[in-house]
Structure formats: C-alpha cells, structure tokens
Ligand binder design. Structure first.
Ligand code: SF4
Length: 636
C-alpha cells in the first residue's frame, strides 16, 4: 500500500486492507517522525502465536531495536498496541499496551492502560501503531480512519494531559467517546525518567518511563477519532456467551466481585492488615489513623462521584469525582486506584483523603508515575527528617504528609527545576548521586525500576516478581484463580520456596492477558473463559495451557531483549531498604533476604531459565516454539 503524502502534512490514505482473521483489524500503522513517512503494513502472519498487545510488541521490539539503540535514541520504537478482543463486546476491551525500551531501566517495557484507545484504534483499522524517529518540533498524531497525519503541537506545549485532551477535543469538534487521546504532560516533554502516558481522563500507561520516550520523540499526543470500521468475530454467539460468563464471574465470584463493587479501594485496609501497605517510605507498617475511615464506602464519602467506565465495560470501577470539602473543594478529580492512595498518600505519610485524591490527579495530569513519585518524595521526606538532605539542597522544607509541599516537588520534577532536576532521574539514580546514609533509604530494584504501591516485605511474591521481571514492572502478578495453573489456593507467604514456585508457575499469565487488548481488572476472570472468548473471536481454538504457553513466549522474548542489552542476573535483587527487615507490623519477624538466593534459584528452575546466564534454556525455548530465539541466544 502506498501512502499519499503532502509536504507540510504527511498523510496516509490507508484504504483497502481488510482483516484476514476475525477479531483483528489486520494492519499495523507505521510512523517515522524523522522523515514524516506514514505507511501501513498488512498483518496476518504470527497472529495465532503472538496475539497482539505485548505479544506483538515484544516481537517488534526485539526485531527492530538493537542493543545500541538506547531509550532516547530516535530508532527506539514506541509501540501502542491492542489485541484481538479489543473493540468487541467483552468487558474492559478498550485496552492499550505500550511497549518500548524504557527510560528507567533502559530495558524492555510493557505497560497497560484502559479507556477507549484500543477500541478506537481497531475501529480505525489498525491493530497497533509503531512510532520511530524523532520529530523536529513538538507534534501530535491524528488518526481518522484512513487519514493519518503528523500535526504541529506547538500550541499544546506545556499543557498537562487533561488540558491537552480538552484542547484537541475543541480543535476537532469532538468530545465524549468520539475522540480518544493519549498524551504526555510537562514531565514527558522534559524527559522525566518516570514520565507516563495518560489518556481518556484518568488512564495511565505508567511504567518504566514510556512517557519520556514519547517526549524524546517530541510526540505530544496521539488522538484517534472513534473510527468507522466494523469488527466481526468468527462466532458472534459464542463470543457473547463467553462475555456473559466473564461478567457473571466478576459479579458473583467472591474473589472478583469486590472489584466489581469497589474497584481497588479495599486494597488500602486489606494490605494494612498484612503489613503490605507502604507507610512513610518503608520506615513503619503501623499508623495511629483509624483504618475504618479507609474502608471503601468511607473513602467515597468526601466526594460527589459518578461512573467513568471504559469501552464496553460493565464493571463499575472507574469514577470521576468532585471533592466535597477542605481546601481543594470543588476540584474535579479521578478517583484514585489503590496505587494512587498509596503513592500519593501512605508512602509519603499523607492521610488527608481529599488532598491525596487531588495530588493523584495532578500526577496524572503532569504525566508522572504515581508509584515512583511516592518513592522519590518519600525518600526526600525521610532524608530531610533525618538530616541526610537539607532545606538548602532541596529548596524548601518538606515533611511527612505535606500534600502542598509534595505538589511543589512535583512541579520542580516535572520542569526539572533546581533539586527537581536530580529527582527527575528517579529514586535509584538520585539516591546513588547523593550517596552516604541517604542512599540507604531509597526503595528500588537494581535494574532501576521501583515497586508498585505495596510494601513487598509483606508480599514476597511481588518483590521476587518485580526483581526478576524484564518489563520494568511486575511480570506475573498474582492471579485471582491461581489453582487454574495447578498452583495451591494458599501458600505460606513467608516460605521462600513456596513463593518462588508460585511466581515462577504463573509466569506468562499476565502477558497473555496483556496481549488480548483488555483491562487487568476485568481480565482477572478465569483464563479458561478468556481463552474461550478468544477462540470465538478469532476462530482458532485456544486452551488454558496454551494461553500460558503464549504468555511465556512473550516473557522469554522480553528477557532475551534485556540480556542482549546487558541487563543480566546480577541486577536481580532489591535495594537495601526495599529488601530490609520490617521494624514493626504483621511482617516484622520476616526477612526476605535470609531466603533470597534460594528463592531466585527455585524461580529459575520453575520457569526453565539458566541460573547462571539468565537465558531461557534450549529445552524451554523448544517447548515454547521459539527456535529463532534459540539460535540467537545459544548460537555461541
Ligand atoms: S474495570 Fe475499570 S479500568 Fe477496567 S475497563 Fe472497566 S472501568 Fe475501565
């Protein structure tokens, strides 16, 4: 297909190609920001085995980004991909996967967001957008079915993500769900290493600095008009039956139904009971706050809120709110996920619910990952309390729980002003630069990423997963129905061997889900049901074991990518504070580092990787059907 182009506004008229496989759009959209070239590529090959989303993205990343192409090199790819269920009538299928070489680890990244982007992309006729090169000036990508243009974004410079979306809605005369916009705010423009990509007012692809990659490419936003192309599943009746079963499961299964009712809000009190709520940068697991005021119904008390669901989603999970009381009364905010209450709250010692909700939205609008912000800000607060950092160094006095001070720090980071310039490098690099006692207080993995919003000293499976993962965040993520994978329903959370077997045993589950184009909260249903929906959508027969195999293929490719970039087994452990012994709370007597080496050994054995080199073994690659990767990894 040959694109038509104009000198000032390269445009593709991607007319004909129809999907070759039901459920898919059948085309990849390619954009070179350096040359302005836009073209499409038919995609049918490998759909069966790579699915889409992170499955597709991992393969493209491995094939097209060589080891010398660092995260900030124009040849790095920014892949915005969705999957075969996106746009179909299954709950939570507006999902987007972002795959790139990320700014925090300088290794593979896959991170997901929800909203409408994935569905709009499919309705426009594309399964993924692959962006390469670097624009000469700030630009945005406009997609309206076959018309694709790189447009000037100088009028959007400095705007936050909500302002950017509003401005583009006005510019195109489209609002509501007719235009999906994913953009970066000031933090992305200024290459903050933990910048995120935010879209559809409240959805964030946040991990491993994918927003910094977008900023380096001078790509302010991607906006897609909803699209007019029909998507036809292979077996519409079977798909609707599978979708009904998934919805029923989520509404009625006790393990999943709380998500239906309250989203991730119960995480705060539940994790507190386990000693897994990160309080004041891991300095304690106890609080004098009355935790009954943090139960979900009470958490919604201070706000007027209404549903803010994503494409095709019946889960009443996302909410937009107006703050009812306090100094921020009247402000419109997105209801924080559990991780928002954690990163913009407990980690920095804040317990003012309205203030946290407001700060969480400000982080989204600036396009900053809420978790990494929590680790950075909490680290500064602790260091100032202990005298490891001075007011003169930071620029002002910052104490635990100071929401307005945290916001001031956010602005300094987003614009790389003063001490904020160092903090914009993330907590690992900043703490290593300061050194001394301050360095010992920082929470991170040796690869450069940081944990999600938990105290993993009370959630060992997540610390092991975070440290061994290749994608800049958790790779396995504990499933609701782990018995589906032959795992025990319950394990001793402080028995390293049991934990390692569990984490290794479910590797691949999340990559499979993230390849379908859906949301983690609705795809938390049984994998067997997702495989059934996928079979109905595509006409190919998928089973539960095969789902896991396909996910493990993706994990193996991401690992091979990192190994080729020099990110190896020597970095698979936590920082001193991250792996420290809790001083109080329910996990007090449990020190993960006493069992760490054995846990990593068991994990390697379980996933079938070579402990010394970190490579998936030849046997493992053979089982996964990755002969081409065997040749690459083991040819010497
Ligand atoms: S569960 Fe929440 S985040 Fe997921 S698709 Fe539904 S409304 Fe969106």
């Amino acid at each position: 297909m040959s694109p038509t182009a104009t000198a000032s506004r390269p445009t593709t008229k991607a007319s004909a190609a129809s999907a070759t496989v039901p459920g898919y759009a059948g085309k990849l959209l390619r954009v070179n920001l350096s040359t302005g070239k836009i073209w499409t590529q038919p995609w049918a090959e490998h759909m069966r085995e790579y699915l889409g989303g992170v499955g597709l993205g991992a393969k493209i990343l491995y094939e097209e980004v060589g080891p010398k192409v660092n995260w900030d090199h124009p040849d790095n790819r920014l892949i915005l991909a969705t999957g075969p269920l996106a746009g179909l009538p299954v709950w939570g299928t507006g999902g987007l996967s972002v795959i790139t070489r990320g700014a925090q680890t300088n290794g593979a990244t896959s991170t997901q967001a929800n909203g409408f982007f994935g569905a709009a992309l499919k309705y426009s006729g594309y399964d993924a957008i692959i962006v390469q090169g670097q624009a000469k000036k700030l630009s945005y990508l406009y997609i309206n079915d076959d018309v694709v243009e790189i447009r000037d974004a100088s009028h959007l410079k400095g705007k936050d993500t909500w302002e950017t979306q509003e401005a583009l809605e006005v510019e195109h005369g489209l609002s509501g769900h007719r235009l999906s916009v994913y953009s970066i705010g000031p933090a992305g423009e200024n290459l903050v290493r933990f910048a995120a990509i935010q879209g559809d007012y409240g959805h964030v692809a946040s991990k491993n600095g994918c927003g910094a990659v977008m900023g380096k490419k001078k790509l302010k936003a991607v906006c897609i008009v909803r699209g007019t192309k029909a998507l036809t599943p292979h077996d519409a009746r079977g798909l609707v039956q599978a979708a009904d079963d998934i919805a029923h499961d989520l509404k009625t299964d006790p393990a999943a139904s709380t998500l239906y009712r309250w989203g991730t809000l119960p995480g705060v009190t539940n994790l507190y009971k386990l000693g897994a709520l990160p309080i004041k940068n891991y300095t304690t697991n106890l609080t004098t706050v009355d935790m009954t005021t943090w139960e979900p119904a009470k958490l919604r008390n201070g706000f007027d809120h209404r549903g803010h669901q994503c494409s095709a989603c019946g889960m009443h999970h996302c909410h937009i709110q107006v703050i009812r009381k306090g100094p921020k009364a009247g402000e419109l905010v997105d209801e924080p996920e559990y991780e928002g209450w954690s990163g913009a709250g407990w980690t920095i010692g804040a317990t003012d619910q309205e203030g946290i909700s407001w700060l969480n939205t400000r982080l989204d609008r600036a396009c900053v990952d809420v978790n990494e912000f929590g680790w950075v800000c909490g680290w500064v607060m602790e260091c100032m309390e202990k005298g490891y950092l001075t007011e003169k160094q930071v620029g002002f006095k910052l104490s635990w729980g100071d929401i307005d001070g945290a916001y001031r720090l956010l602005q300094m980071i987003s614009h790389r002003q003063g001490f904020g310039d160092l903090l914009a490098e993330g907590v690992k690099r900043a703490s290593e630069k300061i050194g001394g006692e301050a360095a010992k207080c920082a929470v991170y993995t040796m690869k450069g990423a940081s944990p999600r919003g938990h105290d993993h000293r009370g959630r060992w499976e997540e610390m092991l997963d975070t440290c061994t993962s290749s994608n800049g965040t958790m790779e396995s993520a504990n499933p609701t129905h782990q018995t589906e994978f032959g795992q025990p329903g319950r394990i001793n959370p402080f028995n390293g061997e049991e934990v390692a077997k569990l984490v290794g045993g479910i590797l691949g589950r999340k990559h499979f889900e993230d390849s379908l184009g859906g949301c983690i909260f609705t795809f938390r249903s049984r994998i067997e049901m997702l495989a059934r929906a996928l079979s109905a959508a595509t006409g190919w027969n998928y089973t539960m074991p095969e789902a896991l195999r396909l996910g493990r293929r993706t994990a193996a490719i991401l690992r091979a990518f990192n190994l080729r970039c020099g990110i190896g087994t020597d970095l698979e452990y936590p920082s001193a504070r991250y792996g420290s012994r809790p001083v109080d709370g329910p996990a007090k007597d449990h020190n993960i580092m006493d069992q760490w080496e054995h846990m990593v050994d068991v994990w390697y054995e379980t996933v079938g990787y070579d402990r010394k080199t970190g490579k998936p073994t030849r046997e493992t690659l053979k089982k996964l059907g990755l002969d081409w990767l065997t040749r690459d990894l083991w040819r010497k």
